[in-house]
Write a protein that binds this ligand. Structure first.
Ligand SMILES: Cc1cc2nc3c(=O)[nH]c(=O)nc-3n(C[C@H](O)[C@H](O)[C@H](O)COP(=O)(O)OP(=O)(O)OC[C@H]3O[C@@H](n4cnc5c(N)ncnc54)[C@H](O)[C@@H]3O)c2cc1C
Length: 438
């Protein structure tokens, strides 16, 4: 009898996974096949989907604010956390991979939230239920933090084969995992010729990341004596943010290697013949890092919470509650708040100071707008590998309570690269990893 029910459970989980991968509107099917994973909560239950920068911050800080008064459940599909921040520095060979890796179990155990390692296959907002490959969980409030997805359709107009070829041979590595390892192998093994890096159009995850990546690739090419060049194809008319800092690094450190091409909007990508056509001309390449446009993660689309005109989730500008469902908060890159960059630092900051504060107030029967605090955003970029040198931008926001929106109060940019800022880069990362994971 015990054996039979175990097999049964596996069978059901398998069906759930199949439904998830088939991208059916699976609510009805899942409801009949998946089983309840957790007993009904005695009080309020908040389910957080996505254990990235926003989700990890939400789980810890909600538990810190509310203690036993709220049941917090974090659902994440990855087996291990890998950080995109500092991944360019790793690409440049300046830090080991284990610096980027963290476990989901230590913080869940320490702060007392439930961690479920499963893929969310569907969300039924009417029932307030999340379906996963392991069963379903009901919520009172949902924090949706699924990050981004690549919009290859913008390049290949629905040709899935070409999109797959492009993603396989020229992985973007803007979503953490195997793609980063593939990109590093490419960069380390490149001997001669033309390497192209395509900057995605804004808004995209981490505005300075493509330029930092270019600097780190150029550093490796310089170190390895590569007989070749790195062409940066940028749809914008100039490098933003930290333009002067990146330009100086390219000109002073990598003059023979880096060629920066502005106004290069992608018209056509041919990953088979290795040609990319842009508004600034056509470019043939030997190898490449091809970065398509970004959109809110798949799950946000499945939940029907994305504005198809923008590709991102419309949210209240102070609480980050979905404009379409007040029981759902959208945290991190998937949300759209005017003036907020899509960065790990911002995901951490707005989740802690806005999402968690607003939700805590709601759960306590208080005014969420009064509770939110202004976030900041700090973003370091490593531009030199030998010696290690970085530049930085820091933005302070304030809350305009009349407009019910955050506004920029002060912007500080240090475009002069320095070892001090390189040291600060690592200290910044360590502090945030510490906050989320230990
Ligand atoms: C190369 C690079 C360098 C960067 N450098 C910096 C930097 O120096 N500083 C900085 O501040 N930011 C940086 N960023 C940006 C930063 O990585 C993102 O802004 C940040 O990760 C956003 O956090 P998030 O929680 O929204 O998304 P993510 O961190 O991507 O988390 C989303 C999570 O949701 C999970 N998920 C998705 N779908 C499901 C599902 N169906 N079921 C279960 N789980 C699911 C994913 O597995 C993932 O763990 C960089 C990004 C890149 C690509």
């Amino acid at each position: 009898m015990a054996d039979f029910s175990r097999r049964d459970v596996f069978k059901l989980a398998g069906v759930g996974a199949l439904i998830g991968t088939m991208h059916l509107s699976s609510t009805a099917c899942a409801a009949t096949t998946a089983s309840r994973m957790l007993p009904p909560s005695k009080g309020n239950r908040v389910v957080i989907v996505g254990g990235g920068w926003a989700g990890m911050t939400a789980a810890k800080h909600l538990k810190k604010e509310m203690g036993d008064k709220v049941d917090v459940v974090l659902i994440e599909k990855r087996k291990i956390f890998m950080s995109c921040p500092i991944s360019n520095v790793w690409l440049g060979g300046l830090v080991e991979m284990d610096f980027l890796m963290h476990d989901f179990h230590t913080p869940a155990s320490k702060y007392g939230y439930t961690f479920i390692n499963a893929t969310v296959t569907d969300i039924d907002r009417d029932k307030k239920r999340v379906y996963t490959t392991e069963g379903y969980v009901d919520y009172d409030y949902l924090i949706l933090a699924p990050g981004i997805r690549y919009n290859y359709d913008a390049w290949f107009k629905g040709d899935k084969d070409m999109a797959r070829i492009c993603a396989t041979h020229f992985p973007s590595a803007f979503i953490p995992g195997s793609e980063h390892v593939a990109l590093k192998r490419k960069v380390d093994n490149f001997e001669e010729g033309t390497f192209v890096l395509v900057v995605p159009p804004p808004p995209h995850r981490c505005p300075p990341a493509p330029y930092e990546r270019a600097a780190m690739i150029a550093h490796v090419f310089k170190k390895n004596g590569v007989k070749g060049r790195l062409i940066i194809l940028d749809p914008k008319d100039q490098i933003k943010p930290k333009g002067p800092g990146f330009r100086q690094a390219y000109e002073q450190l990598y003059l023979d290697i880096v060629e920066y091409v502005p106004n290069a909007k992608v018209k056509e990508v041919d990953p088979v013949n290795k040609v990319i056509k842009t508004t600034a001309g056509d470019f043939k390449f030997d190898d490449a890092n091809l970065n398509p446009p970004h959109q809110a993660g798949d799950l946000a689309w499945k939940a029907g919470l994305v504005n198809p005109k923008t590709g991102w989730c419309d949210v209240d500008q102070l609480t980050l509650q979905s404009k379409l469902d007040p029981h759902v908060f959208v945290a991190g890159d998937a949300s759209s708040v005017k003036g907020f960059p899509k960065s790990g630092d911002m995901a951490h900051n707005h989740t802690q100071n806005m999402v968690v504060k607003a939700l805590t107030a709601l759960l306590k029967g208080k005014d969420p707008y009064e509770a939110v605090k202004a976030p900041t955003n700090t973003c370091y970029s490593m531009v030199n590998g030998s010696p290690k040198e970085a530049i930085v931008i820091n933005v302070l926001y304030e809350i305009d309570r009349k407009k019910k929106a955050p506004v920029k109060k002060k912007v500080n940019v240090e475009n002069t690269r320095s070892a001090r800022l390189a040291h600060a880069t690592f200290e910044w990362a360590k502090a945030l990893y510490r906050d989320m994971f230990s």
